[in-house]
Ligand binder design. Structure first.
Ligand SMILES: Cc1cc2nc3c(=O)[nH]c(=O)nc-3n(C[C@H](O)[C@H](O)[C@H](O)COP(=O)(O)O)c2cc1C
Length: 175
C-alpha cells in the first residue's frame, strides 16, 4: 500500500536557514532553524518553531525576545555544525563567533549573516514536540550582499543533513 505521507511531497517545501538566538539572564544561546518565516506585515511578525528540549527555546521562554540572523550561501558546514548539531548546555557557542548584543538584549550573530532582526514574543503555541513563537519585529538591519542560504542548497550542494530536533529530520533519507 502507498504511504499516507509521501516525503517527496514534503521535500518540495522551500525554506531558508537561520540562526535564532536568545538569552537567559546573562547567558546567550542560539541554534540553526529552517522553520522561520514572516507571517504578517503590519505589524511585521515572524514565526519560529523550536523544539521544546532546545536551550534556545528555554532562553526565549525566559526572556520573551529572540533574534534571527539570515545565513549566507557561503556559510561553512563547521559553523552550521556548531549551531545546529550541538546544544548550548554543553559549551558556549558564542566563544568563537562574532556577535553583538541587540537592542532587545538578544545576541545577534554577525558572522556569515546577511541580515539580522530582533523580535518580542507576542504569542506562543505548543505544537506537539515544538513551540511556535510569534515575534513582533522591533528592529532589522541588512548587513551585506550575497545570496541567502536555502535548505535546498544546504541539502543538494553542501550535502547537509538535519538532527533529530529539526522539523526536516524526516527528510534526511531523501536522496
Ligand atoms: C539544517 C538544520 C535545520 C534545523 N532546523 C530546526 C528548526 O527549525 N527548529 C528546531 O527546533 N531545530 C532545528 N534544528 C536543530 C537545532 O539547531 C539543534 O537541535 C540545536 O542543537 C539546538 O541547540 P540548543 O539546544 O543550543 O538550542 C536544525 C538544525 C539544522 C542543521
Amino acid at each position: 500500500m502507498e504511504d499516507a505521507i509521501d516525503k517527496r511531497a514534503l521535500y518540495t517545501l522551500s525554506y531558508g536557514l537561520y540562526i535564532v538566538c536568545s538569552k537567559k539572564g546573562d547567558k546567550f544561546n542560539g541554534q540553526v532553524a529552517n522553520a522561520v518565516m514572516q507571517v504578517t506585515s503590519d505589524p511585521v511578525v515572524l514565526a519560529a518553531c523550536l523544539h521544546k528540549e532546545n536551550l534556545t527555546t528555554e532562553c526565549i521562554r525566559d526572556s520573551g525576545v529572540f533574534s534571527v540572523s539570515v545565513l549566507g550561501e557561503d556559510t561553512p558546514m563547521t559553523f552550521i555544525g556548531n549551531f545546529g548539531f550541538k546544544c548550548g548546555r554543553d559549551f558556549n557557542k558564542f566563544e568563537k563567533c562574532s556577535f553583538e548584543t541587540g537592542k532587545t538584549g538578544a545576541p545577534l550573530v554577525l558572522e556569515h549573516s546577511l541580515a539580522v532582526m530582533e523580535a518580542r514574543v507576542v504569542k506562543e503555541v505548543d505544537i506537539f514536540t515544538h513551540v511556535l513563537f510569534f515575534g513582533e519585529v522591533l528592529f532589522s538591519r541588512r548587513l551585506g550582499e550575497g545570496r541567502p542560504l536555502t535548505y535546498a542548497h544546504y541539502r543538494e550542494i553542501k550535502k547537509g543533513r538535519s538532527p533529530r530536533n529539526a522539523p526536516t529530520f524526516i527528510l534526511n533519507e531523501m536522496p
